[in-house]
Write a protein that binds this ligand. Structure first.
Ligand code: SAM
Length: 239
């Protein structure tokens, strides 16, 4: 994505958070500016028009903010030269910290209405039905291994043919870069008022094997560009 387009999209995606306070606005700007996964989802054309997206561990709804911001930008004729963003997406989000879901709704609903519905709750108890795409970005490692496996079982059962599961995980086999990402993860959680979290991480190969064992076709894509981390985006499709 060209730098000029990215700057404009950053403005479009984060402006709605201004009304929820300076911390939330700055948080949204920092995360969307520096995290490569949001741009990659558009660049790789992973999402189809009209997809119903369930974002588990959605935080303040930044994924919805970015993709719906991109759609608005394109609708106003500002999108040029790179893969066009998907249109008509619908977002449901579940977030353990209810106040973050409330913040996301306050920011995004005035602009996008019912297309964004974020709720407080635990993803392990979420209803996964009526969904085309399930996203879990940087969240799975907060639940124990057996519960991760149960979550993957539920996701596979909920997605029909052509369904897509997108997740990002740290590669526990990633040496120093992985250790650094864990340190930053802990600091970020602490900065947001969460307790220091316990984490259950796995090497990349193990994540891929767990998904393939459930019948997903998996692509593992390095997703740390511009950061010193050892993160991968896993694009898992039901064939
Ligand atoms: C590192 S943040 C990522 C937020 C968001 N996915 C993003 O990429 O901007 C992890 C989020 O997962 C949430 N979380 C952790 N465990 C969860 C669970 N069991 N159910 C729902 N959300 C959870 C945390 O509260 C936190 O907001």
């Amino acid at each position: 994505m060209q730098a000029k387009l990215k700057r404009k999209l950053l403005d479009f995606a984060t402006e709605p958070y201004r009304s929820t306070g300076n911390f939330n606005y700055r948080w949204a700007r920092g995360k969307l500016k520096h995290d490569p996964i949001f741009a990659a989802l558009i660049k790789r054309s992973l999402l189809t028009d009209g997809a119903r997206i369930l974002d588990l561990g959605c935080g303040r709804g930044l994924l919805a903010a970015w993709l719906l911001g991109a759609e608005r930008l394109a609708a106003q004729g500002h999108w040029r030269g790179s893969a066009a963003p998907p249109k008509g997406l619908l977002f449901r989000g579940i977030e353990l910290m209810e106040r973050e879901a409330v913040c996301g709704n306050r920011a995004l609903q005035p602009l996008h209405g019912e297309r964004v519905q974020l709720s407080g709750g635990d993803m392990r108890e979420a209803d996964l039905n009526d969904t085309d795409v399930i996203a879990i970005l940087d969240v799975l490692h907060y639940i124990p291994y057996a519960e991760q496996n149960r979550m993957l079982d539920k996701i596979r059962a909920a997605l029909g043919t052509g369904g897509l599961f997108v997740t990002r995980v740290g590669n526990a086999g990633g040496g120093l870069r992985f250790a650094l990402s864990q340190l930053v993860d802990s600091c970020m959680s602490f900065a947001q008022g969460h307790r220091l979290p316990r984490m259950w991480c796995r090497p990349l190969g193990e994540w891929v094997a767990e998904l393939e064992a459930r019948g997903f076709e998996v692509q593992a894509i390095p997703m740390s560009a511009g950061t010193p981390f050892a993160n991968f985006m896993l694009v898992a499709r039901v064939a």
